[in-house]
Design a binder for this molecule. Structure first.
Ligand SMILES: OC[C@H]1O[C@](O)(CO)[C@@H](O)[C@@H]1O
Length: 561
Protein backbone atom coordinates (compact mmCIF):
# COMPACT_ATOMS: atom_id res chain seq x y z
CA UNK A 1 0.00 0.00 0.00
CA UNK A 2 1.27 3.47 -0.82
CA UNK A 3 0.90 5.99 1.96
CA UNK A 4 0.65 9.57 0.74
CA UNK A 5 2.77 8.74 -2.28
CA UNK A 6 3.32 11.71 -4.51
CA UNK A 7 3.11 9.38 -7.48
CA UNK A 8 -0.64 9.01 -7.19
CA UNK A 9 -1.01 12.21 -9.01
CA UNK A 10 -4.02 14.24 -9.85
CA UNK A 11 -5.92 13.13 -12.86
CA UNK A 12 -7.92 15.34 -15.10
CA UNK A 13 -9.85 13.39 -17.66
CA UNK A 14 -10.45 15.21 -20.87
CA UNK A 15 -13.87 15.48 -22.44
CA UNK A 16 -15.24 12.26 -23.75
CA UNK A 17 -18.69 12.50 -25.13
CA UNK A 18 -21.74 14.70 -25.14
CA UNK A 19 -21.55 18.39 -24.62
CA UNK A 20 -20.46 19.25 -21.15
CA UNK A 21 -22.65 21.35 -18.96
CA UNK A 22 -21.00 24.63 -18.15
CA UNK A 23 -20.62 25.30 -14.51
CA UNK A 24 -19.56 28.56 -12.92
CA UNK A 25 -15.99 27.36 -12.72
CA UNK A 26 -15.79 25.81 -16.08
CA UNK A 27 -15.81 22.34 -14.59
CA UNK A 28 -17.88 19.76 -16.38
CA UNK A 29 -20.80 17.85 -15.01
CA UNK A 30 -22.24 14.57 -16.17
CA UNK A 31 -24.76 12.23 -14.63
CA UNK A 32 -25.51 14.87 -12.04
CA UNK A 33 -28.64 14.50 -9.99
CA UNK A 34 -28.83 18.28 -10.18
CA UNK A 35 -30.22 19.73 -13.39
CA UNK A 36 -28.29 22.50 -15.18
CA UNK A 37 -31.05 24.95 -14.36
CA UNK A 38 -30.61 24.27 -10.68
CA UNK A 39 -26.86 24.83 -10.74
CA UNK A 40 -25.99 27.65 -8.43
CA UNK A 41 -24.49 30.84 -9.72
CA UNK A 42 -21.29 31.16 -7.79
CA UNK A 43 -19.02 34.05 -7.09
CA UNK A 44 -15.49 33.10 -8.10
CA UNK A 45 -12.48 33.61 -5.93
CA UNK A 46 -14.34 35.89 -3.56
CA UNK A 47 -12.40 36.76 -0.44
CA UNK A 48 -14.39 34.69 1.98
CA UNK A 49 -12.99 34.09 5.41
CA UNK A 50 -15.14 31.96 7.65
CA UNK A 51 -17.53 33.92 9.89
CA UNK A 52 -18.01 32.75 13.48
CA UNK A 53 -20.48 29.92 14.04
CA UNK A 54 -23.95 30.64 15.40
CA UNK A 55 -25.72 29.12 18.37
CA UNK A 56 -27.83 27.16 15.93
CA UNK A 57 -24.67 25.32 14.82
CA UNK A 58 -23.75 24.54 18.40
CA UNK A 59 -27.28 23.40 19.30
CA UNK A 60 -27.47 21.20 16.22
CA UNK A 61 -24.19 19.53 17.17
CA UNK A 62 -25.13 19.26 20.83
CA UNK A 63 -28.48 17.59 20.19
CA UNK A 64 -26.89 15.00 17.93
CA UNK A 65 -24.32 14.38 20.65
CA UNK A 66 -27.06 12.97 22.89
CA UNK A 67 -26.35 9.84 20.84
CA UNK A 68 -22.98 9.84 22.59
CA UNK A 69 -24.66 10.19 25.96
CA UNK A 70 -26.73 7.08 25.23
CA UNK A 71 -23.60 5.20 24.20
CA UNK A 72 -21.80 6.18 27.42
CA UNK A 73 -24.79 5.56 29.65
CA UNK A 74 -25.45 2.10 28.24
CA UNK A 75 -21.81 1.04 28.45
CA UNK A 76 -21.12 2.69 31.84
CA UNK A 77 -24.00 1.09 33.70
CA UNK A 78 -22.85 -2.50 33.38
CA UNK A 79 -19.79 -2.09 35.59
CA UNK A 80 -22.03 -1.25 38.58
CA UNK A 81 -24.72 -3.83 37.77
CA UNK A 82 -22.14 -6.60 38.08
CA UNK A 83 -21.74 -5.71 41.77
CA UNK A 84 -25.42 -5.32 42.65
CA UNK A 85 -26.79 -8.00 44.94
CA UNK A 86 -30.11 -8.35 43.13
CA UNK A 87 -28.44 -8.54 39.73
CA UNK A 88 -26.02 -11.20 40.97
CA UNK A 89 -28.83 -13.23 42.56
CA UNK A 90 -30.92 -13.19 39.40
CA UNK A 91 -28.39 -13.60 36.66
CA UNK A 92 -25.35 -15.11 38.35
CA UNK A 93 -24.71 -18.69 39.40
CA UNK A 94 -24.80 -19.01 43.17
CA UNK A 95 -24.41 -15.24 43.42
CA UNK A 96 -21.35 -15.13 41.15
CA UNK A 97 -20.59 -14.64 37.48
CA UNK A 98 -18.45 -17.04 35.52
CA UNK A 99 -16.03 -15.51 33.00
CA UNK A 100 -18.24 -16.63 30.10
CA UNK A 101 -21.44 -15.21 31.56
CA UNK A 102 -19.86 -11.94 32.64
CA UNK A 103 -17.98 -11.57 29.36
CA UNK A 104 -21.14 -12.26 27.35
CA UNK A 105 -23.29 -9.77 29.25
CA UNK A 106 -20.65 -7.07 28.92
CA UNK A 107 -19.60 -7.81 25.36
CA UNK A 108 -22.93 -8.49 23.62
CA UNK A 109 -23.58 -4.76 23.55
CA UNK A 110 -20.47 -4.34 21.41
CA UNK A 111 -21.47 -7.25 19.16
CA UNK A 112 -24.79 -5.48 18.50
CA UNK A 113 -23.10 -2.14 17.91
CA UNK A 114 -20.77 -3.76 15.41
CA UNK A 115 -23.72 -4.96 13.33
CA UNK A 116 -25.59 -1.68 13.87
CA UNK A 117 -22.83 0.56 12.66
CA UNK A 118 -22.09 -1.56 9.60
CA UNK A 119 -25.75 -1.52 8.59
CA UNK A 120 -26.22 2.17 9.25
CA UNK A 121 -23.88 3.48 6.52
CA UNK A 122 -26.28 2.43 3.81
CA UNK A 123 -29.33 3.59 5.77
CA UNK A 124 -27.75 7.02 6.20
CA UNK A 125 -27.38 7.33 2.44
CA UNK A 126 -30.93 6.18 1.78
CA UNK A 127 -33.07 7.98 4.32
CA UNK A 128 -30.65 10.69 5.40
CA UNK A 129 -28.58 11.34 8.50
CA UNK A 130 -31.33 12.85 10.61
CA UNK A 131 -33.91 10.12 10.11
CA UNK A 132 -31.27 7.46 10.72
CA UNK A 133 -30.42 9.09 14.04
CA UNK A 134 -34.06 9.29 15.06
CA UNK A 135 -34.90 5.73 13.97
CA UNK A 136 -31.81 4.32 15.73
CA UNK A 137 -32.72 6.10 18.97
CA UNK A 138 -36.23 4.63 18.95
CA UNK A 139 -34.96 1.20 17.97
CA UNK A 140 -32.62 1.27 20.95
CA UNK A 141 -35.65 1.44 23.26
CA UNK A 142 -36.63 -2.10 22.19
CA UNK A 143 -33.30 -3.31 23.61
CA UNK A 144 -33.88 -1.44 26.84
CA UNK A 145 -37.31 -3.07 27.22
CA UNK A 146 -35.81 -6.54 26.71
CA UNK A 147 -33.14 -5.80 29.33
CA UNK A 148 -35.42 -4.27 31.94
CA UNK A 149 -38.04 -7.01 31.70
CA UNK A 150 -35.45 -9.80 32.19
CA UNK A 151 -36.39 -11.76 35.25
CA UNK A 152 -34.03 -14.66 35.87
CA UNK A 153 -32.61 -15.37 32.43
CA UNK A 154 -29.18 -13.83 31.92
CA UNK A 155 -29.44 -14.71 28.24
CA UNK A 156 -32.46 -12.42 27.89
CA UNK A 157 -30.56 -9.57 29.50
CA UNK A 158 -27.58 -10.22 27.23
CA UNK A 159 -29.85 -10.29 24.15
CA UNK A 160 -31.36 -7.00 25.27
CA UNK A 161 -27.84 -5.58 25.33
CA UNK A 162 -27.31 -6.91 21.82
CA UNK A 163 -30.52 -5.26 20.57
CA UNK A 164 -29.72 -1.99 22.30
CA UNK A 165 -26.30 -2.24 20.72
CA UNK A 166 -27.82 -2.23 17.23
CA UNK A 167 -29.24 1.23 17.94
CA UNK A 168 -26.11 2.54 19.66
CA UNK A 169 -23.93 1.26 16.81
CA UNK A 170 -26.06 2.98 14.19
CA UNK A 171 -25.85 6.19 16.22
CA UNK A 172 -22.08 5.95 16.49
CA UNK A 173 -21.82 6.18 12.70
CA UNK A 174 -24.66 8.56 11.93
CA UNK A 175 -24.06 11.14 14.70
CA UNK A 176 -20.42 12.04 13.87
CA UNK A 177 -21.35 11.94 10.17
CA UNK A 178 -24.24 14.36 10.67
CA UNK A 179 -22.13 16.66 12.82
CA UNK A 180 -19.07 16.77 10.62
CA UNK A 181 -21.13 17.33 7.47
CA UNK A 182 -23.13 20.14 9.02
CA UNK A 183 -21.17 22.43 11.29
CA UNK A 184 -18.70 25.04 9.96
CA UNK A 185 -15.01 24.00 9.87
CA UNK A 186 -13.88 26.25 12.74
CA UNK A 187 -15.98 24.44 15.31
CA UNK A 188 -16.31 21.11 13.51
CA UNK A 189 -13.51 19.37 15.43
CA UNK A 190 -14.83 20.51 18.79
CA UNK A 191 -18.43 19.64 17.94
CA UNK A 192 -17.63 16.15 16.72
CA UNK A 193 -15.39 15.70 19.73
CA UNK A 194 -18.31 16.77 21.92
CA UNK A 195 -19.80 13.42 20.94
CA UNK A 196 -17.02 11.93 23.05
CA UNK A 197 -17.71 14.42 25.85
CA UNK A 198 -21.28 13.24 25.95
CA UNK A 199 -20.08 9.62 26.01
CA UNK A 200 -18.06 10.46 29.12
CA UNK A 201 -21.01 12.31 30.66
CA UNK A 202 -23.17 9.27 29.95
CA UNK A 203 -20.68 7.00 31.70
CA UNK A 204 -20.48 9.38 34.65
CA UNK A 205 -24.26 9.67 34.95
CA UNK A 206 -24.60 5.89 34.87
CA UNK A 207 -22.06 5.61 37.71
CA UNK A 208 -23.93 8.21 39.77
CA UNK A 209 -27.32 6.62 39.24
CA UNK A 210 -25.92 3.16 40.05
CA UNK A 211 -24.33 4.51 43.19
CA UNK A 212 -27.61 5.96 44.41
CA UNK A 213 -29.83 3.01 43.54
CA UNK A 214 -27.42 0.37 44.83
CA UNK A 215 -27.46 2.12 48.21
CA UNK A 216 -31.16 2.91 48.27
CA UNK A 217 -32.65 -0.42 47.21
CA UNK A 218 -32.05 -4.08 47.81
CA UNK A 219 -34.47 -5.35 45.14
CA UNK A 220 -34.45 -5.17 41.33
CA UNK A 221 -34.96 -1.38 41.49
CA UNK A 222 -31.18 -1.33 42.02
CA UNK A 223 -30.58 -2.00 38.33
CA UNK A 224 -34.04 -1.60 36.77
CA UNK A 225 -34.22 2.13 37.54
CA UNK A 226 -30.83 3.00 35.95
CA UNK A 227 -31.60 0.62 33.11
CA UNK A 228 -35.07 1.97 32.37
CA UNK A 229 -33.79 5.55 32.42
CA UNK A 230 -31.84 4.78 29.24
CA UNK A 231 -35.08 4.99 27.27
CA UNK A 232 -35.57 8.59 28.35
CA UNK A 233 -32.39 9.77 26.60
CA UNK A 234 -33.44 7.91 23.47
CA UNK A 235 -36.84 9.60 23.40
CA UNK A 236 -35.22 13.02 23.80
CA UNK A 237 -32.75 12.42 20.96
CA UNK A 238 -35.18 10.63 18.64
CA UNK A 239 -37.64 13.52 18.91
CA UNK A 240 -35.33 16.56 19.09
CA UNK A 241 -33.26 15.60 16.05
CA UNK A 242 -36.40 15.77 13.90
CA UNK A 243 -36.55 19.50 14.62
CA UNK A 244 -33.01 20.01 13.32
CA UNK A 245 -32.19 20.60 9.64
CA UNK A 246 -30.75 17.78 7.51
CA UNK A 247 -26.99 17.81 6.90
CA UNK A 248 -26.48 20.40 4.13
CA UNK A 249 -24.03 18.10 2.34
CA UNK A 250 -26.57 15.30 2.29
CA UNK A 251 -29.30 17.73 1.16
CA UNK A 252 -27.04 18.93 -1.66
CA UNK A 253 -26.35 15.39 -2.81
CA UNK A 254 -30.09 14.83 -3.02
CA UNK A 255 -30.43 17.90 -5.25
CA UNK A 256 -31.91 20.10 -2.50
CA UNK A 257 -29.54 22.98 -3.13
CA UNK A 258 -31.68 25.74 -1.66
CA UNK A 259 -32.17 23.74 1.52
CA UNK A 260 -28.42 23.16 1.76
CA UNK A 261 -27.77 26.87 1.27
CA UNK A 262 -30.32 27.93 3.86
CA UNK A 263 -28.89 25.54 6.44
CA UNK A 264 -25.31 26.63 5.81
CA UNK A 265 -26.34 30.29 6.08
CA UNK A 266 -28.03 29.65 9.43
CA UNK A 267 -24.90 28.11 10.88
CA UNK A 268 -22.60 31.14 10.56
CA UNK A 269 -23.08 34.69 11.86
CA UNK A 270 -24.43 37.02 9.17
CA UNK A 271 -24.63 34.09 6.75
CA UNK A 272 -26.76 34.59 3.64
CA UNK A 273 -28.06 31.75 1.54
CA UNK A 274 -26.65 33.48 -1.54
CA UNK A 275 -23.79 35.36 0.08
CA UNK A 276 -20.08 34.80 -0.62
CA UNK A 277 -19.41 32.40 2.28
CA UNK A 278 -22.19 29.98 1.38
CA UNK A 279 -21.32 30.37 -2.32
CA UNK A 280 -17.80 29.24 -1.63
CA UNK A 281 -18.92 26.24 0.42
CA UNK A 282 -21.39 25.23 -2.25
CA UNK A 283 -18.76 25.68 -4.92
CA UNK A 284 -16.44 23.28 -3.14
CA UNK A 285 -19.17 20.71 -2.65
CA UNK A 286 -20.29 21.13 -6.24
CA UNK A 287 -16.79 20.69 -7.65
CA UNK A 288 -16.25 17.55 -5.67
CA UNK A 289 -19.61 16.12 -6.58
CA UNK A 290 -19.19 16.83 -10.27
CA UNK A 291 -15.76 15.28 -10.26
CA UNK A 292 -17.17 12.27 -8.44
CA UNK A 293 -19.97 11.87 -10.92
CA UNK A 294 -17.53 12.04 -13.80
CA UNK A 295 -16.24 8.75 -12.47
CA UNK A 296 -19.53 6.95 -13.21
CA UNK A 297 -20.80 3.96 -11.20
CA UNK A 298 -19.11 3.32 -7.89
CA UNK A 299 -19.34 0.53 -5.38
CA UNK A 300 -18.73 0.51 -1.66
CA UNK A 301 -15.86 -1.98 -1.92
CA UNK A 302 -13.84 0.59 -3.80
CA UNK A 303 -12.91 1.97 -0.40
CA UNK A 304 -10.42 -0.90 -0.28
CA UNK A 305 -9.19 -0.45 -3.85
CA UNK A 306 -8.69 3.23 -4.64
CA UNK A 307 -5.28 4.10 -3.16
CA UNK A 308 -6.13 7.41 -1.49
CA UNK A 309 -9.38 6.00 -0.11
CA UNK A 310 -7.82 2.73 0.96
CA UNK A 311 -5.25 4.74 2.88
CA UNK A 312 -8.02 6.57 4.72
CA UNK A 313 -10.15 3.48 5.25
CA UNK A 314 -7.25 1.69 6.89
CA UNK A 315 -6.20 4.79 8.80
CA UNK A 316 -9.71 5.19 10.23
CA UNK A 317 -9.89 1.52 11.17
CA UNK A 318 -6.47 1.59 12.82
CA UNK A 319 -7.23 4.77 14.76
CA UNK A 320 -10.57 3.48 15.98
CA UNK A 321 -9.06 0.13 16.96
CA UNK A 322 -6.16 2.04 18.54
CA UNK A 323 -8.57 4.01 20.71
CA UNK A 324 -9.73 0.73 22.22
CA UNK A 325 -6.25 -0.74 22.40
CA UNK A 326 -5.23 2.02 24.80
CA UNK A 327 -7.13 -0.13 27.31
CA UNK A 328 -9.48 2.60 28.55
CA UNK A 329 -12.49 0.35 28.66
CA UNK A 330 -10.84 -2.02 31.05
CA UNK A 331 -11.55 0.64 33.66
CA UNK A 332 -14.88 1.78 32.37
CA UNK A 333 -16.36 -1.71 32.16
CA UNK A 334 -14.63 -3.48 34.99
CA UNK A 335 -13.62 -0.51 37.15
CA UNK A 336 -15.88 -1.31 40.07
CA UNK A 337 -14.65 -4.91 40.13
CA UNK A 338 -10.95 -3.99 39.83
CA UNK A 339 -10.98 -1.52 42.67
CA UNK A 340 -12.90 -3.87 44.90
CA UNK A 341 -10.12 -6.43 44.45
CA UNK A 342 -7.42 -3.96 45.58
CA UNK A 343 -9.09 -3.57 48.95
CA UNK A 344 -10.77 -0.20 48.31
CA UNK A 345 -13.94 -0.35 50.33
CA UNK A 346 -16.34 1.71 48.21
CA UNK A 347 -15.48 0.90 44.63
CA UNK A 348 -18.51 2.84 43.33
CA UNK A 349 -16.90 6.03 44.63
CA UNK A 350 -13.64 5.17 42.92
CA UNK A 351 -15.45 4.68 39.64
CA UNK A 352 -17.17 8.04 40.11
CA UNK A 353 -13.76 9.67 40.63
CA UNK A 354 -12.45 8.12 37.43
CA UNK A 355 -15.64 9.03 35.57
CA UNK A 356 -15.26 12.64 36.73
CA UNK A 357 -11.61 12.80 35.63
CA UNK A 358 -12.73 11.44 32.28
CA UNK A 359 -15.38 14.17 31.84
CA UNK A 360 -13.12 17.04 32.93
CA UNK A 361 -10.18 15.90 30.83
CA UNK A 362 -12.44 15.49 27.79
CA UNK A 363 -13.50 19.14 28.17
CA UNK A 364 -9.79 20.01 27.99
CA UNK A 365 -9.60 17.67 25.00
CA UNK A 366 -12.22 19.73 23.18
CA UNK A 367 -10.14 22.84 23.70
CA UNK A 368 -7.11 21.01 22.36
CA UNK A 369 -8.97 19.81 19.26
CA UNK A 370 -10.21 23.33 18.54
CA UNK A 371 -7.00 25.22 19.25
CA UNK A 372 -4.05 22.90 18.88
CA UNK A 373 -5.20 20.86 15.94
CA UNK A 374 -5.09 17.12 15.54
CA UNK A 375 -1.37 16.37 15.40
CA UNK A 376 0.39 18.49 17.99
CA UNK A 377 -0.46 16.90 21.27
CA UNK A 378 -1.89 13.57 20.48
CA UNK A 379 1.03 11.23 19.76
CA UNK A 380 2.82 12.19 22.92
CA UNK A 381 -0.08 11.21 25.11
CA UNK A 382 0.17 7.71 23.78
CA UNK A 383 3.14 7.38 26.07
CA UNK A 384 1.20 7.95 29.28
CA UNK A 385 2.05 5.20 31.70
CA UNK A 386 -0.32 2.33 31.50
CA UNK A 387 -1.62 1.80 35.01
CA UNK A 388 -2.61 -1.80 34.63
CA UNK A 389 0.95 -2.93 34.93
CA UNK A 390 1.17 -1.16 38.27
CA UNK A 391 0.50 -3.79 40.84
CA UNK A 392 0.27 -2.11 44.18
CA UNK A 393 -1.86 -0.50 46.80
CA UNK A 394 -5.24 0.87 45.80
CA UNK A 395 -4.14 4.51 46.16
CA UNK A 396 -1.24 4.11 43.74
CA UNK A 397 -3.46 2.36 41.27
CA UNK A 398 -6.01 5.16 41.46
CA UNK A 399 -3.32 7.83 40.93
CA UNK A 400 -1.86 6.10 37.87
CA UNK A 401 -5.30 5.41 36.51
CA UNK A 402 -6.19 9.11 36.75
CA UNK A 403 -3.05 10.05 34.78
CA UNK A 404 -3.89 7.46 32.18
CA UNK A 405 -7.50 8.58 31.85
CA UNK A 406 -6.43 12.22 31.53
CA UNK A 407 -4.07 11.31 28.69
CA UNK A 408 -6.76 9.23 27.00
CA UNK A 409 -9.54 11.76 27.42
CA UNK A 410 -7.55 14.71 26.09
CA UNK A 411 -6.41 12.87 22.99
CA UNK A 412 -7.47 9.39 21.92
CA UNK A 413 -11.02 9.77 23.22
CA UNK A 414 -12.20 12.84 21.28
CA UNK A 415 -9.66 13.11 18.46
CA UNK A 416 -10.43 9.79 16.85
CA UNK A 417 -14.07 10.78 16.30
CA UNK A 418 -13.08 14.21 15.00
CA UNK A 419 -10.59 12.76 12.53
CA UNK A 420 -12.71 9.92 11.21
CA UNK A 421 -15.63 12.32 10.81
CA UNK A 422 -13.72 14.57 8.45
CA UNK A 423 -11.25 12.59 6.35
CA UNK A 424 -13.58 10.81 3.92
CA UNK A 425 -14.92 12.18 0.64
CA UNK A 426 -18.69 12.47 0.27
CA UNK A 427 -19.23 9.45 -1.96
CA UNK A 428 -17.52 7.03 0.36
CA UNK A 429 -18.14 8.76 3.67
CA UNK A 430 -20.87 6.52 5.00
CA UNK A 431 -19.16 3.26 4.00
CA UNK A 432 -15.78 4.36 5.36
CA UNK A 433 -17.22 5.73 8.58
CA UNK A 434 -19.26 2.60 9.15
CA UNK A 435 -16.21 0.39 8.73
CA UNK A 436 -13.94 2.58 10.85
CA UNK A 437 -16.51 2.72 13.64
CA UNK A 438 -17.06 -1.03 13.35
CA UNK A 439 -13.36 -1.48 14.02
CA UNK A 440 -13.78 0.48 17.28
CA UNK A 441 -16.62 -1.80 18.31
CA UNK A 442 -14.83 -4.96 17.22
CA UNK A 443 -11.89 -4.21 19.49
CA UNK A 444 -14.22 -2.99 22.20
CA UNK A 445 -15.97 -6.37 21.95
CA UNK A 446 -12.75 -8.39 21.95
CA UNK A 447 -11.33 -6.53 24.92
CA UNK A 448 -14.52 -6.65 26.95
CA UNK A 449 -15.13 -10.33 26.24
CA UNK A 450 -11.62 -11.63 26.79
CA UNK A 451 -10.56 -9.40 29.68
CA UNK A 452 -11.79 -11.72 32.43
CA UNK A 453 -10.20 -14.77 30.80
CA UNK A 454 -6.88 -12.98 30.34
CA UNK A 455 -6.65 -11.36 33.76
CA UNK A 456 -7.56 -14.71 35.33
CA UNK A 457 -4.35 -16.03 33.74
CA UNK A 458 -1.83 -13.17 33.68
CA UNK A 459 -3.30 -10.72 36.15
CA UNK A 460 -1.74 -7.25 36.05
CA UNK A 461 0.63 -8.10 33.19
CA UNK A 462 -2.41 -7.60 30.98
CA UNK A 463 -1.50 -3.90 31.10
CA UNK A 464 1.68 -4.55 29.16
CA UNK A 465 -0.37 -5.53 26.12
CA UNK A 466 -2.03 -2.11 26.11
CA UNK A 467 1.28 -0.37 26.83
CA UNK A 468 2.84 -2.07 23.79
CA UNK A 469 -0.07 -1.02 21.60
CA UNK A 470 0.06 2.63 22.69
CA UNK A 471 3.79 2.67 21.94
CA UNK A 472 3.10 1.54 18.37
CA UNK A 473 0.22 4.02 18.07
CA UNK A 474 2.57 6.92 18.69
CA UNK A 475 4.34 6.21 15.41
CA UNK A 476 1.12 5.61 13.52
CA UNK A 477 -0.29 8.97 14.51
CA UNK A 478 2.96 10.79 13.90
CA UNK A 479 3.60 9.39 10.45
CA UNK A 480 0.12 8.86 9.01
CA UNK A 481 -2.33 11.42 10.38
CA UNK A 482 -2.41 14.77 8.53
CA UNK A 483 -3.45 18.06 10.11
CA UNK A 484 -7.07 18.80 9.22
CA UNK A 485 -7.82 21.62 11.66
CA UNK A 486 -9.90 24.51 10.24
CA UNK A 487 -10.13 22.98 6.76
CA UNK A 488 -13.31 22.29 4.85
CA UNK A 489 -14.13 18.64 4.22
CA UNK A 490 -13.46 19.16 0.52
CA UNK A 491 -10.04 20.68 1.23
CA UNK A 492 -9.13 17.72 3.43
CA UNK A 493 -10.10 15.35 0.64
CA UNK A 494 -7.88 17.24 -1.78
CA UNK A 495 -5.00 17.01 0.67
CA UNK A 496 -5.32 13.22 0.72
CA UNK A 497 -5.72 12.95 -3.02
CA UNK A 498 -2.61 15.03 -3.60
CA UNK A 499 -0.70 12.93 -1.09
CA UNK A 500 0.47 15.80 1.08
CA UNK A 501 2.86 14.17 3.59
CA UNK A 502 1.28 14.28 7.07
CA UNK A 503 4.30 15.94 8.63
CA UNK A 504 4.07 18.82 6.15
CA UNK A 505 0.31 18.95 6.10
CA UNK A 506 -0.12 21.70 8.70
CA UNK A 507 1.69 24.20 6.46
CA UNK A 508 -0.08 23.15 3.23
CA UNK A 509 -2.45 25.67 1.64
CA UNK A 510 -5.29 25.01 -0.76
CA UNK A 511 -4.06 27.99 -2.82
CA UNK A 512 -1.00 25.86 -3.68
CA UNK A 513 -3.28 23.85 -5.92
CA UNK A 514 -3.32 26.74 -8.41
CA UNK A 515 -5.83 29.17 -9.84
CA UNK A 516 -8.33 26.49 -10.73
CA UNK A 517 -8.82 25.65 -7.09
CA UNK A 518 -10.06 22.19 -6.43
CA UNK A 519 -11.51 21.71 -9.87
CA UNK A 520 -10.56 18.27 -11.08
CA UNK A 521 -8.85 17.23 -7.89
CA UNK A 522 -11.25 14.61 -6.81
CA UNK A 523 -10.82 11.13 -5.61
CA UNK A 524 -12.97 9.44 -8.19
CA UNK A 525 -11.50 11.04 -11.24
CA UNK A 526 -8.00 10.65 -9.97
CA UNK A 527 -7.73 7.03 -9.21
CA UNK A 528 -10.68 5.01 -10.23
CA UNK A 529 -12.80 6.57 -12.88
CA UNK A 530 -15.40 3.92 -13.79
CA UNK A 531 -13.39 0.75 -13.72
CA UNK A 532 -10.30 2.63 -14.82
CA UNK A 533 -8.18 0.74 -12.39
CA UNK A 534 -5.37 0.79 -14.89
CA UNK A 535 -5.47 4.55 -15.18
CA UNK A 536 -2.04 5.95 -16.14
CA UNK A 537 -0.40 8.85 -14.43
CA UNK A 538 2.53 10.89 -15.58
CA UNK A 539 4.24 14.00 -14.45
CA UNK A 540 5.48 16.75 -16.70
CA UNK A 541 6.22 20.47 -16.85
CA UNK A 542 5.87 20.65 -13.12
CA UNK A 543 2.18 19.77 -13.47
CA UNK A 544 0.44 16.61 -12.46
CA UNK A 545 -0.83 14.91 -15.53
CA UNK A 546 -2.81 11.89 -16.46
CA UNK A 547 -4.38 10.21 -19.37
CA UNK A 548 -6.60 7.20 -19.24
CA UNK A 549 -6.78 5.50 -22.58
CA UNK A 550 -9.55 3.20 -21.49
CA UNK A 551 -11.86 5.96 -20.43
CA UNK A 552 -10.82 8.60 -22.88
CA UNK A 553 -9.43 6.74 -25.89
CA UNK A 554 -9.76 9.67 -28.24
CA UNK A 555 -7.50 11.69 -26.00
CA UNK A 556 -4.14 10.04 -26.31
CA UNK A 557 -2.12 12.89 -24.89
CA UNK A 558 -2.03 13.70 -21.23
CA UNK A 559 -3.99 16.58 -19.90
CA UNK A 560 -2.67 18.79 -17.19
CA UNK A 561 -4.04 20.37 -14.10
O1 LIG B 1 -14.40 7.66 27.63
C1 LIG B 1 -14.29 6.28 27.44
C2 LIG B 1 -15.21 5.77 26.40
O2 LIG B 1 -14.84 6.31 25.16
C3 LIG B 1 -14.88 5.27 24.18
O3 LIG B 1 -13.56 4.86 23.93
C4 LIG B 1 -15.53 5.78 22.92
O4 LIG B 1 -14.87 6.84 22.36
C5 LIG B 1 -15.64 4.18 24.78
O5 LIG B 1 -15.40 2.93 24.19
C6 LIG B 1 -15.23 4.30 26.20
O6 LIG B 1 -16.12 3.64 27.04
Amino acid sequence: MRFFGRKDAVAVPAEKDGSPIDTPLGTTARNSSISPAEKPAIVQNADVSEPPATWEAVIMGAIASIGGFMFGYESGQISGFLQMSDFLDRFGKNGEFSAVRQGSIVALLCAGTLVGCLASGDICDRIGRRYTISASAFFYIIGVIIETTSDKEWVQFAMGRFTAGLGIGALSTSVPMYQSESVPPKIRGAIVASYQLLITLGIWTAYMVNYRTSAAYSNSAQWRIPNGLSALWAIILGTAILFMPESPRFAYRKGKIEEARRTMAKLVKGGEAHGPYVDRQIREIQEKQEAEEDGGEHHWWEIFVIPSIRYRTILGMVLQAGQQLTGANFFFYYGTTIFLSTGISNSYITSIILGSVNVLATIAGLWIVKNCGRRLFWPFCSFATDPLSTKGAGGVLIAFTCIFITAFATTWGPLVWAITGEIYPARYRSACLAIATASNWLFNFLISFFTTFITDKIDYFYGLVFAGCTFALFFIVYFFVPESKDRSMEEIDTMFVLGIPPRKSAAWKIEDVGPEGMSGIATDKTHFAANGRDIKKQEGNGNLMVHDEKLYPENAGPSTV
